[in-house]
Design a protein around this ligand. Structure first.
Ligand SMILES: NC(=O)c1ccc[n+]([C@@H]2O[C@H](COP(=O)([O-])OP(=O)(O)OC[C@H]3O[C@@H](n4cnc5c(N)ncnc54)[C@H](O)[C@@H]3O)[C@@H](O)[C@H]2O)c1
Ligand SMILES: O=CCCC(=O)O
Length: 531
């Protein structure tokens, strides 16, 4: 690969009107893309807004986790000052977007954007796989998941609960002769300028899950995608512009790891930003919460989880294994709602483990662009190191047994780890106590429901929980007792645009998806009219 200096790359970009990263992606695609055309994918990355801010900026290299020495693209590194300017642009365009457009106008734009994303779905999926590593089928599925949020909020925008809507309340005030006096109105209004910070594990859906309701509500948005997966965001914003979303209503701040705190700091402390929505780790969420306190911002925090997956003795074991496979190994175990801790009743423990191991052995680990691959690499080499340390500690220090895997897959590259199943795990092991974000399933055997509940709830976080049973009373009882925001009964994939997604305890604040998702971007104003 020929590496241009940043200046050379930018010069070429400006002269040719082609982004350096689009050439890089073209090259990556021309050698390995199984679907789509390289030219189409590259053209998705020709983003006029970013070009406007790229001049004079250093560029961030974006790498392919499956082949970490391969640069798949570059984006400008922006900092606090560029963020402040973006916030001011966002603030200036707010009145014309919030007050100068109807809900149905905003709804139509979201639908148009969704349509363009679907038209380009195969190329977007390739870009996503190249930068995140996930198997192509998962990337393609994520595109559908992403547009479902735009479609849902295009519909939600025009309902009476959306911006400009509201409700009337019977007045408790009376005239001297006892007749109702005045009108009580509760009116919904857009919060204002929003800062939206997203992670790498769902490079497109975590953006549309925030931007969809924000724009539907009449807010303007500044998105800061992960520095590991900015290219999908670049393409997404490009399509938003093509759909006709007005200039500066949706802006993108790309940056690198070292400038991220300045960008985040500006989004948190600038008083023009009235709402911050963040999806990512609990540690960063806590920092952003602290930073946002001086300006008393509205906050939505979708943070980490450590989901228990409980298999009762009356469960359908085949169904439980299907659910466990889907929940555990999706995106190589790198989802916030992944099953992280398995509790299996002693009477069905061995049957479950045998069938779970047999199913996991069928996973094909490899680069996400390979057609046969069903589990891709981990995002960074450090994640492999951290995962392996936890596995070794559970085995060597805490007495667990390895039923499957347990090692890095160096032959495939530094980002690959074997699908791993551990039994006899200690509840004191770090693999049990903390979110692993990798393809490891630690299992503990239990005897009675109370014990399973105690272990399941013994966590500072509470995002998702899963359990498998055919007992209806237990289904109701246990789902109410679990300390979490999301419960999956006899299923491992439960996310939907129609459902409220979010956690309790240190897993966060607020809900995304469903009608609750747009409420996060609305303020309720009480208006009393003494008519
Ligand atoms: N609850 C959810 O919906 C959900 C969804 C996806 C991921 N997650 C969680 O996210 C974590 C993995 O994602 P990650 O590694 O990208 O998380 P992360 O917290 O490291 O990064 C998330 C985003 O925050 C940014 N960031 C990091 N430091 C920042 C700072 N000081 N100021 C502003 N922004 C900053 C990153 O650049 C990225 O865009 C896991 O814990 C996972 O459970 C939660
Ligand atoms: O990783 C978090 C999001 C996963 C999902 O929406 O299902």
């Amino acid at each position: 690969m020929i590496h241009l200096s940043q200046k050379q790359a930018l010069m070429l970009t400006l002269m040719a009107g082609v982004r350096p990263w689009s050439r890089a992606v073209t090259r990556a695609l021309s050698t390995s893309a199984p679907v789509g055309t390289s030219a189409a994918a590259a053209s998705l990355l020709k983003n006029p807004s970013l070009l406007a801010v790229a001049s004079g900026k250093s560029l961030l290299d974006v790498f392919n986790p499956a082949k970490p020495d391969e640069i798949v693209g570059q984006v400008p590194i922006q900092g606090g000052e560029e963020t402040r300017q973006a916030i001011e642009r966002s603030y200036h365009v707010l009145p014309s977007w919030r007050d100068g457009t109807t809900a149905s106008f905003r709804s139509n734009l979201l639908s148009k954007w969704s349509g363009l994303i679907q038209e380009n779905a195969d190329d977007l999926a390739i870009i996503m796989t190249l930068e995140s590593g996930k198997p192509l089928a998962e990337s393609r599925g994520e595109v559908n998941y992403a547009t479902s949020f735009l479609d849902f909020y295009a519909a939600e925008a025009v309902r009476s609960t959306g911006a400009g809507g509201g409700f009337m309340i019977p007045t408790p005030f009376a005239t001297t002769n006892g007749a109702p006096r005045g009108q009580i109105m509760a009116k919904q209004q857009a919060v204002g300028v929003t800062g939206l910070i997203t992670p790498w594990n769902f490079p497109i859906a975590m953006i549309t899950r925030k931007v969809g309701p924000a724009l539907a509500a009449g807010c303007t948005a500044i998105v800061k995608p992960s520095e590991l997966t900015p290219l999908t965001a670049v393409a997404l914003q490009n399509l938003a512009e093509q759909a006709g979303i007005p200039e500066n209503v949706l802006q993108l701040i790309t940056t690198d790891k070292s400038s991220t705190p300045q960008v985040g700091g500006e989004l948190c402390t600038n008083p023009l930003v009235r709402k911050l929505s963040f999806t990512g780790s609990t540690a960063v969420g806590k920092l952003l919460m602290k930073q946002s306190s001086d300006t008393v911002k509205r906050l939505s925090l979708e943070l980490g989880g450590n989901a228990p997956f409980v298999v009762f003795d009356d469960a359908d074991i085949d169904q439980a294994v299907t659910a466990a496979m889907a929940s555990k190994f999706r995106n190589a175990g790198q989802t916030c709602v992944c099953a992280d801790r398995f509790l299996v009743h002693a009477a069905v423990h061995d049957e479950f483990v045998d069938k779970f191991v047999a199913a996991a052995q069928k996973l094909v680990v490899g680069p996400g662009l390979d057609k046969e691959t069903t589990m891709g690499p981990m995002i960074v080499a450090d994640a492999v190191t951290r995962t392996h340390q936890k596995v070794q500690e559970a085995l060597e220090r805490d007495g667990a047994t390895c039923a499957l895997g347990g090692s890095p897959m160096e032959d495939l590259g530094p980002h690959f780890y074997q699908p791993t199943i551990l039994t006899g795990v200690s509840p004191e092991s770090s693999i049990w106590k903390t979110e692993t974000f990798g393809p490891v399933a630690p299992i503990i055997k239990f005897d009675v429901e109370e014990e399973a509940l105690r272990l399941a709830n013994d966590s500072d976080v509470g995002l998702a929980s899963y359990f498998c049973t055919r007992d209806l009373s237990r289904a109701f009882r246990f789902s109410e007792q679990l300390e979490c925001g999301i419960v999956g009964l006899n299923d491992g994939i439960i996310s939907s645009c129609a459902a409220p997604f979010g956690g309790i305890k240190e897993s966060g604040l607020g809900r995304e998806g469903s009608s609750l998702g747009i409420a996060e971007y609305l303020e309720t104003k009480y208006i009393f009219m003494n008519t």
